[in-house]
Design a protein around this ligand. Sequence first.
Ligand code: SAM
Length: 330
Amino acid sequence: MALFDIIAGFVNAQVLMALIELRILQHLQWGPLSSDFLADRCAVPSDRMHILLQAGAGLGLLRRRRDGRFDLSLRGASLLGVPGLPAMILHHRALYSDLADPVAFLRNGKGTELAQFWPYVFGADGAKDPQVTATYSDLMADSQVLVAEDVLRMVSLSGVKRLMDVGGGTGAFLAAVGTAHPALQMDLFDLPAVLAGADRRLAQAGLSERVRLHPGSFRDDPLPKGADAVSLIRVLYDHDDSTVTHLLQSVHASLQAGGRLIIAEPMSGGATPNRATDVYYAIYTMAMQTGRTRSPEEIAALLAATGYTNICIKTGFRPFVTSVVTAIRA
Ligand SMILES: C[S@@+](CC[C@H](N)C(=O)[O-])C[C@H]1O[C@@H](n2cnc3c(N)ncnc32)[C@H](O)[C@@H]1O
């Protein structure tokens, strides 16, 4: 990666934020528009709007036509087409604000805006406001499609009769797995305020009869028994090692001997650092304050220390989406 691209990264991101916040992509979905029209619509001076649109075209999100008007490129249109993606992009405002003084952030990363944005990581008390809970559950569920796709490609569920997804949000992962495996029975465990949003999603997927809901906190409550496989999808990286160890022990206690554990989340490259996870996710989870981005080897070590065997690392083909570690309860 060229040094210039590293330096320019922040500016690129701010251009993207402005295009989304001003709803430029939405305005352009009906056809090309002039910068004067958009300037008027968005209450931005015309010369500045022109520079923004030109920058959007430079990023490949817009196209500049011969007549000087702008319209959506394929990339801009596909960004609009992914449910929840604009909201997911906009929530980075909190992270950028935390990183405005990176040295201060590194020296004393307390009280970050990002931690306020994701209050559930502090436990059940953090997930009481229904509005806040619905916002983060939707953001998570919208980005779950790619994760489920990759996990289902990397992990075989053959022989599994009942899968329990712990920290499974409103059931987006189980909806994907349940559709791919029509005979599978499922359990969904998450905080009570989060599970309040699960009924609708599971009913829409036609899975209400096949998924049992278990409201609770894995910090305080035992996990229900009966599943022969447990998944932890994008859960560990939110938590410190002591919470993760406690959670791995609870999963161990809930499984029969031979039961499977599937852990999927973006993981550090470890000895071979990579840009997606060792830059973005590592800094992101640091700003969240409670967890960290672990390498598959670090997760494997926590699993081994908790008594799991047959630990198997599967590096993701899209590491920014997920990698996978699986293990067996001895
Ligand atoms: C990053 S989200 C991932 C959700 C889902 N697995 C996914 O990948 O879309 C983490 C999930 O863990 C849940 N969680 C956090 N702390 C929890 C706790 N103490 N007990 C149960 N669930 C918890 C959150 O409510 C949230 O749904």
